[in-house]
Every structure is written in C-alpha cells, then in structure tokens.
Write a protein that binds this ligand. Structure first.
Ligand code: ADP
Ligand code: MG
Length: 568
C-alpha cells in the first residue's frame, strides 16, 4: 500500500483543495433542512412576505452553491484519480515488460494480465469513491446526528433504534453479497478463458471432433455462472429493498411520533420536516460508509498485488566481468540450468563456435533445445557454468547490447496484424532495400504473388498465411538487420525440402560471417553445419560433425536412418 500511496503524494495539494471544497459544499447542504425548518416555523407564520422571499432566495442560493461545489469537487476527484491510476498503470506496464522470464513464470501471465487491468481498475474506483464520499459521508453522518439531537432528542431515539437493524443488513451484504459477486467475477473469468480457447483452437477442436465435448464444457461453466449470478442477484434483490423498508418504516414512525409531539406542543411541524431530511441523510451516509469499506478492502488487496510486481527486484543485473582473449564467438562451458530449480533441464552442456560457424541442435521434444537459446539470449541465467560471447560473459553485457547482436526466430513465433513490410521491419527503421533482400534470402517469393505485395495486411497471428509462409516471413525478420548471430528455433519444419535447401544455400552464401545456431527436426537441415549437438533429456548425447556423429552417436544415426529411409 505504501508504494501505491506514493503515487498519490504529488497530488496531495489538489486532493486537499478538493477536500476543502467538498467540505464546504457538504456543510452548506447539511444546513439546508434547518433553514427550511426556520422558514416553516418562524418566518412563514409571521406573514412578512419580504422575509419569506429573502429566506427562500437564500435557500435557493445555498442549494445552488452546494450543487456547484459538489460538482466541482467531483470533477477534480475524477481527474486526480485518473491521473494517479494512469501513472500507476504506466509504471506497472513498464515493470511487467522488464520482468525477467523467471519472474514472469512465477507471477504467471494471466495474473500479470489481471493486475494490469482489474487491479488498477479497483485502485481507480477506490481513489475516486474515497475522494467523493470519504469526506462527505462522515460529515453527513456525524453532523446529521448532531443537528438531529439539537432538533429533537426524543425523535433521535427512533433513529438510534433503527441502527442495529441497518447494521445487520449492511453486515449481511458485505459478508454474503460481496463474496457472491466475487465468485460471479471468477466464473466470468473462466468463461472468457474458455471462449478464447475455443476461438483460438477452433480448428483443432473441429479436426478432432471435440465440438460436442467443448460444448458440454462450456455449458458447465455457463451453468456455474448462472447459478452464482442468481445467488448474488437474490442477495442484492433482498438487501436493497430491505434497506429502503427500514428507512421508510423509520420515517413513518418519526411522522407518527412527531405528530403526537406537535399536537402536544412539544415541537413544531417545520422541525419534523427537517428531521425527516436528516433521518434520510444519516441512513444513506451510513450505507455509503459501509460501501466505502468494501471498496477500501478491495483496493488494498489490489494495491498489494500491484506492489508485488512493482517491487520485484532486478533479477537480470549486469555484473562486471573480465573479457577473455579468445577466437570463439559463442561458448557454452559446462552449463546447467533448471526452470523450477528441482529437475535440471540442461546438464553440463558445452560447445563452442568460431565466428561464421553454424551449430545445429537436434533432439527429441523437451530435450532442452529451446532452453539453450533462452540462456544464450539471457532470458534466464544459467545455474552453473559460463556462457560467453566474444569472450565476454553474457551477464556482463547490457541487455540492449546483448539482444542487439541477435536475429532470432522462436519456435511458434508471432506475427502482428500489420503489413508484411512492417512485420519484417519490426519498428527498426530498415530500408526497403534491406527488407526486400531479407525476403529474398528467406525464400519468401510468395510475397510477390500477393496483390499488394509488401503492403498486404496480415490477420492476427498471421492467420491468413500458410505455416511455411509464416516461417519464411519470420526468417526474413531475423535476417533483415544482418545480425551478428542468428538463432533459428525449429523454423524450417513447415518448409518443403526444396525451399529448405534454398534457404540453407542463401544463408551460407550471404551470411558467411554470421554465427548461427539452428534447431531443427530434420537431419537434412543441420547436416551441413560445422558442428552438430544431439540433446537428450538436457544432456549432450553427441557433439561433432555429421560424419563424426554417424560414427559415434547411435541416437543420431538412428534419426538419420529413419528420416533418410522415409524420404527415399
Ligand atoms: P525443446 O527441446 O523441445 O525445445 P525446451 O528447451 O523447450 O525443449 O524444454 C526443455 C524442458 O524444459 C521441457 O521439459 C519443458 O517442459 C521445460 N520448460 C521449458 N520452458 C519452461 C518454463 N518456462 N518453465 C518450466 N519449465 C519449462
Ligand atoms: Mg523447443
């Protein structure tokens, strides 16, 4: 909460001014019923019309002043809470973007998502309501009770008698109603997730004839939401009218008792009218205060969740290290790594590449191939061993500089809903010439066949392209800036053999001095590499050239024979 409050600090003068204005407006409003009672009881009976007009005008003036100040204060409050939340959301977004992959894994992506949206919204609501009601409700409550006592202590007793009933209902709402709405929200989240899954996975669901099953799943969630909504709805449907019933019963009793007291000459009718106003004011401000508490609890919980992210430490610190004299461009020295710090995902992996050399990595799914790239890019830090680029420890290279060295295509990489040109350019301000060349090198000749060529708009995720077309665009993106190191993670699996061969020829012809790490499923994609590493369960099962591995590594030989056999 401290950190989030820190965001409100620069606004303290504005908030104070807002509070003062609100305070003035509320006090004026508080006096209105009393003025009315004076007019009714003292001024009107005197028959002096000039005084009646004067007081009437005064009352209208006060009412107008109360309205104007309230509106002004509310506008200020909205602006202040909007500014605070905007800054908070901005900082949270930046922080989220800079979280290390390990931290993001720990928070989980959906949770980061809801912290950025739902939680900042809760903070906004809390700040807004607190400013609008935080000062108004207590003044009305305390001031109202005080004036009511002055007006008629006996009638105030009726007010006091209704309080426990009112408190019970409010307690019921906050204990039952609020959690009920929370559970509705959770069911809604589930439903949104399910719908999203269905939309994204619509093809595989159809292909595997899972439509019926998915429909059933959706029905279950829909039913859950329905049940919870019904429950929450009933609680609220009972509560609000009950509050009104209490209020109206109280008012009725005040009128009856008041009538007796007026007849008995113990009080005047104007006072009863004023008392009715205060009675309403006090009870509604009580309800308001209770709602503020709910908002406050929610806001504090959200603030805590946001602060967890904001105060997450800098994990990927740049630590000074000695540069070693070496002619190796990339070097892994006995690197071990585990995502969850329980089971090792890479164990004792070593390899080295000179400038311009290519490493091919091959191995079954889950053997740690992509993990090698994650470590090289320093998305995660190795637990043991060293990773060096041009003799420098990756941990000693500033992240911007480090990642600037690479051109990367990730497994399941992402295309944006933008033009083909922009998807290759990727905001790097590359020349049209560079983009054209990269597309050529990536064998993306299909672009020329498109009606609008490089200006063709892609659908979200590149859904209007085939798998192989997507892969070639992604490769073009990686090549376009002529990187020092090229990392390709399983990006030729959807290419036909001819295109794949063309790509390899273009790479060796035009990227001769680019060091490359290529992960592939096909032996043919890595066969020509200077070195090949076979990974099995995070361990190096073989390392050497194609010919060497055929001799020494039975696993490699097996894959080779199966694939070549299948081909021929
Ligand atoms: P592949 O060889 O198929 O590219 P990966 O390097 O992606 O394999 O994964 C190696 C192992 O690490 C797998 O068992 C996978 O489940 C696990 N793994 C990958 N990414 C994560 C992650 N972010 N958190 C936890 N485990 C992971
Ligand atoms: Mg992988």
């Amino acid at each position: 909460m401290r950190k989030v409050l820190g965001y409100a600090l620069p606004h303290v003068p504005a908030i104070s001014l807002q509070f003062i204005i609100k305070f003035g407006g509320t006090v004026i409003e508080l006096l209105l019923p009393s003025m009315l009672s004076i007019i009714l009881d003292d001024i009107a009976p005197s028959g002096d019309m000039n005084r009646v007009y004067l007081w009437g005008a005064l009352m209208v003036l006060c009412a107008a002043a109360a309205a104007v100040t309230n509106i002004a204060a509310n506008v200020m409050a909205t602006r202040i809470s909007r500014d605070i939340t905007e800054k908070l959301r901005h900082d949270l977004f930046v922080k989220t973007a800079y979280l290390s992959c390990r931290q993001a894994d720990k928070f989980t992506i959906p949770s980061l998502n809801s912290r950025l949206t739902a939680d900042t919204y809760n903070i906004h609501q809390m700040l807004d309501r607190m400013q609008r009601m935080g000062i108004r409700a207590p003044i009305q409550l305390i001031g109202g009770v005080f004036i009511a006592m002055l007006l008629d202590p006996a009638l105030t007793m009726i007010l006091v008698a209704t309080l426990p009933v009112l408190a019970a209902i409010i307690w019921f709402i906050s204990k039952k109603g609020v959690p009920a709405y929370d559970s509705v929200q959770q069911a809604l989240d589930k439903m949104v997730r399910k719908v999203q899954e269905n939309m994204t996975g619509v093809r595989v669901i159809k292909a595997l004839s899972r439509t019926e099953y998915e429909k059933q799943k959706f029905e279950e969630i829909n039913r859950l939401k329905y049940e919870r909504e019904k429950r929450a709805g009933i609680i609220m449907a009972v509560s609000n009218p009950s509050l009104n019933l209490i209020l109206n019963c109280g008012l009725a009793v005040v009128i009856i008792v008041g009538a007796y007291r007026v007849n008995g000459g113990m009080t005047q009718p104007g006072k009863i009218v004023a008392f009715l106003s205060y009675f309403t004011m006090i009870l509604t401000s009580l309800i308001m205060v209770s709602r503020l508490f709910v908002l406050y609890t929610k806001g504090v919980a959200s603030a805590r969740r946001i602060e967890e992210v904001l105060s997450a430490g800098e994990e990927m610190e740049v630590i000074p290290g000695e540069r070693e004299e070496t002619d190796n461009h990339i070097e892994f020295r006995s690197v071990s790594f585990s995502y969850n710090k329980k089971i090792e995902n890479l164990s004792d992996v070593s390899f080295s590449l000179k400038r311009g050399e290519t490493l091919g990595i091959i191995g079954p799914m889950g053997s740690g191939k992509s993990t090698v790239l994650n470590l090289l890019l320093r998305f995660y830090d190795a637990d043991k061993g060293e990773i060096r680029i041009s003799g420098e420890d990756v941990r000693s290279i500033p992240p911007g500089e480090l990642r600037g060295k690479f051109g990367v295509v990730f497994q399941n990489d992402f295309l944006f809903a933008d033009t083909i040109r922009e998807n290759i350019n990727f905001g790097r301000g590359l020349s049209d010439d560079a983009i054209l060349r990269a597309a050529e090198q990536a064998q993306a000749d299909f672009i020329a066949d498109k009606e609008e060529s490089f200006d063709t708009l892609l659908a979200v995720g590149g859904a209007n392209l085939s798998g192989g077309q997507k892969q070639r665009l992604l490769i073009a993106r990686a090549l376009a800036a002529r990187p020092e190191i090229l990392l390709l993670d399983d990006c030729s699996s959807a290419l036909d053999y001819k295109t794949d061969a063309g790509l390899r020829r273009a790479l060796s012809r035009e990227f001769g001095d680019t060091t490359a790490v290529i992960i592939a499923q096909r032996v043919s994609s890595v066969m020509g590499a200077d070195k090949i590493m076979v990974l099995e369960d995070g361990r190096v099962a073989g390392y050497g050239t194609h010919e060497e591995l055929l001799e020494t590594c039975s696993g490699y030989r097996e894959i080779f024979e199966i694939q070549m056999g299948r081909r021929g």
